[in-house]
Every structure is written in structure tokens, then in C-alpha cells.
Design a protein around this ligand. Structure first.
Ligand code: PMP
Length: 390
């Protein structure tokens, strides 16, 4: 028994993906494993112009300590974009800038979760959320995800069965499946939740990356006081700056989140906040986003074509309408973990499904990322994967 470390860290799973990435980094490998945006999404030249401008024009401010809530003009920009895209009435006071939306997960866990509290998450669910919430020792309950979104019967059953603190969802182009909740599914979830005090997180790093430009409505539609939206610039500008945000109209919750963030890191990197704010104000982000969308649409199409051509016909695959991932299910009994090691021998990698399940009970699913390989590499990688499946 290791008594040197806290129970909470000993119970927290390591990120399987980071472990895989360590292996794949050292080899010349076709990787469908990571969740890396394509470097096309980093507008490096324009960011450099912004960097020069803020250094020349903002004096010492980008170098000084700053407020926990975040840079006000950036929060105003985010609030205005919610209004423009979704007709949501939110103000800068409803936005807390976080160090990536990953920090949002940690802060929500800190503020809401006592040991043993029930948290509902999707099945399969984002493993970064499973890892982050694990530190607060909740009881996880996974709700099945299907082609239309969350299984609403199961959702209702679980809400009736016990007091649920928190519900975590990724309704747009979900990580890991690429699935998107239908409008009817969103409405049904909102109807069910109106009878319960649980807080609903809609984590939305991919919402702007729909292949056809469609923007889906939020489940909460900005009306539920218990609705919390997460956003991030990681997938549309750069993940390296670590700029994300939490949006909520619940003032009490916001005030606790600010306290938790103060205790964690005082504030998010203020240089990055000035930089992203300047970039957003000087450029039309939607022109930039449309380039990313059309690239990812092509890459996803190339992967699906190759899968249709090479994979055995009894393998199932999701057909994403946006985002960065698709989800493959092998016939029952076939282990993707075994396949993973065989695939590595052929210099191709993916993430086996297990870490996306709280009990790690799925053996025949896997996540494939298509955003960070050329069409030729996608074709070659899928061919090799099919070779080890047979
Ligand atoms: N939520 C989801 C669903 C994600 O896929 C990711 C990135 N993989 C994150 C949050 C974290 O993103 P970031 O901290 O870079 O904003």
C-alpha cells in the first residue's frame, strides 16, 4: 500500500493517449491516435503580427499579473459571438477565461463534487473529463450515446434513481465518437432536465468545425440557470496558447469558480489572452475557420472512403458531420487492444476504446483521428489497419 500519495491521485487514470503518443513519437508512424489539430489551424503569420502589435501598443500590461476572470475585451468578444451565432444573451460577466477548457473541467470538479457524488457522462465519454473529474472521486454513471445523441430513457432513469450533481456532454462532433445530438434529442434532454437541479455542462470545442457550416443550438439554449457552456480556441486558432472559457449565467456558481481558479493559478496567461484578443479583433475568424472546415471534411471523407474500401464489411463506423474523430466498432469479441499492438508493428496507431469507458469494459471499439494526416497517409494507414484486422 502506497501511503505517500493521496487516494485521489492513486485512483486517477493516466492518459492512455499521452502514453501512446510517447511510443508513436519515437517511431516514423502513421498516427490516428492523437487529437492534434492540423497546423493549418495555427495562423502563425497573423499571430506574429498580433504579437508585435501588443508588445508595441500595450506597454507592460501583457507582462503583468492580471484579473482572475480574464481580459475583459476578450470576454466581450466571446459574449458577442454567442449572440451572433446562437442568439444567446450573455455578457462578459458570464464568461470566465480558463487555461484551456480542460481547466474548466477541473474547476467544475473542485467547486461541485464531493467524494461519492454522482456524475453522468456519455458512454463512451471524453477521457480527459473522466481523468479530470476522477481527482474529486465521484461515482461515474455512463449514459449510452447513439446516432441521435444521449439515450434519454436511461438519462431519466438515472436522474430518478439518485441525486445527480453534474452531467457532462459534448453534443457537437463528440470526442471520441464524432456523433452529434439531433435537435429533437437536445430538446428532450432540456425537457427532462427542467425537473432536476443537476448542472449540465455542454463542452463545445468542435461546434464551429461542422463540415457544412451548420451551427447547432445548445441544449440549454441559454435559458437554464443550471446550464454551463465550455468553449475553446484550441481547435480554431491554437491549442498552445491554452485559452478556453466557461460561460454561465449562474452568478453563485461563477463566483465559486473564480475563487477556485484564483487558488489554482491566479489567472490564465495574460500574454496569450492579449494575443488572441488582438487576433480576433484584427481578422475575420470565420474566414480562417472555413479553411479548417473544408480541410477536415476532405480528410474525413478520405478516411471513410478508405474504410469502405478496405475494412471488412461487418465493421461499423460513425459518419461525422464535423470535428476531428470517427469511431469504429469491430464485430463482438474482437479486441482492439490486441489489434493496437499488431497495428504498431505495421507502424500505424489509434486509440483503443477502453479508456473512454469508466469501467474500461469495451473491447471492440476504437477512435480514429483524421485531422493530422495527409490523404495519402490516411489511405495507407487504413489499408495497413485493415491488413491486421483480417
Ligand atoms: N473537451 C474536449 C471534448 C476535448 O476534446 C478537448 C481536447 N482534446 C478538451 C476539452 C480540452 O481542450 P483545451 O483544454 O485545449 O481547450
Amino acid at each position: 500500500m502506497n501511503t505517500a500519495y493521496s487516494d485521489r491521485i492513486l485512483k486517477t487514470p493516466k492518459s492512455f493517449i499521452r502514453e501512446i503518443l510517447k511510443v508513436t513519437e519515437v517511431k516514423d508512424i502513421i498516427s490516428f491516435a492523437g487529437g492534434l489539430p492540423n497546423p493549418i489551424s495555427f495562423p502563425q503569420d497573423t499571430l506574429q503580427e498580433s504579437m508585435n502589435r501588443i508588445v508595441n501598443e500595450e506597454g507592460a500590461k501583457p507582462f503583468q499579473y492580471s484579473t482572475t476572470e480574464g481580459l475583459r475585451p476578450l470576454r466581450e468578444y466571446i459574449a458577442e459571438r454567442y449572440e451572433k451565432q446562437q442568439n444567446l444573451k450573455v455578457s462578459a460577466d458570464d464568461i470566465l477565461i480558463t487555461t484551456g477548457s480542460q481547466q474548466g473541467l477541473d474547476l467544475m470538479g473542485k467547486v461541485l463534487v464531493n467524494k461519492g457524488d454522482a456524475i453522468l457522462i456519455e458512454k463512451p465519454g471524453y477521457l480527459g473529463a473522466i481523468q479530470s473529474f476522477s481527482l474529486y472521486e465521484p461515482e461515474f454513471i455512463q449514459i449510452n450515446l447513439n446516432e441521435n445523441g444521449l439515450d434519454t430513457d436511461q438519462l431519466e432513469q438515472e436522474l430518478k434513481k439518485q441525486q445527480v450533481k453534474l452531467i457532462y456532454t459534448v453534443p457537437n462532433f463528440q470526442n471520441p465518437t464524432g456523433l452529434t445530438y439531433s435537435k429533437e434529442n437536445r430538446k428532450k434532454i432540456a425537457d427532462i432536465l427542467s425537473d432536476y437541479p443537476a448542472i449540465l455542462i455542454e463542452d463545445d470545442p468542435y461546434g464551429n468545425l461542422s463540415f457544412d457550416g451548420e451551427i447547432y443550438p445548445y441544449i440549454t439554449d441559454g435559458k437554464l440557470l443550471n446550464g454551463v457552456l465550455f468553449g475553446s480556441f484550441s481547435k480554431i486558432i491554437t491549442p498552445g496558447m491554452r485559452i478556453g472559457w466557461i460561460c454561465t449565467k449562474n452568478r453563485e456558481l461563477m463566483s465559486h469558480l473564480v475563487t477556485a481558479k484564483q487558488a489554482s493559478d491566479l489567472h490564465t496567461n495574460i500574454f496569450s489572452q492579449y494575443l488572441i484578443n488582438d487576433y480576433l479583433r484584427q481578422n475575420d475568424i470565420d474566414i480562417h475557420i472555413s479553411k479548417i472546415r473544408s480541410l477536415y471534411k476532405e480528410q474525413c471523407g478520405a478516411m471513410l472512403n478508405a474504410i469502405d474500401r478496405y475494412f471488412p464489411k461487418n465493421v461499423r463506423v460513425t459518419r461525422p458531420k464535423g470535428g476531428m474523430f470517427l469511431w469504429v466498432t469491430l464485430p463482438d469479441g474482437k479486441s482492439t487492444m490486441e489489434l493496437f499492438y499488431k497495428a504498431l508493428e505495421k507502424n500505424v496507431s489509434f486509440v483503443p476504446g477502453n479508456p473512454f469507458y469508466v469501467q474500461g469494459e469495451s473491447f471492440s471499439t476504437m477512435r480514429l483521428n483524421y485531422t493530422n494526416s495527409s490523404k495519402e497517409m490516411i489511405e495507407e494507414g487504413i489499408k495497413r489497419l485493415a491488413g491486421v484486422m483480417l
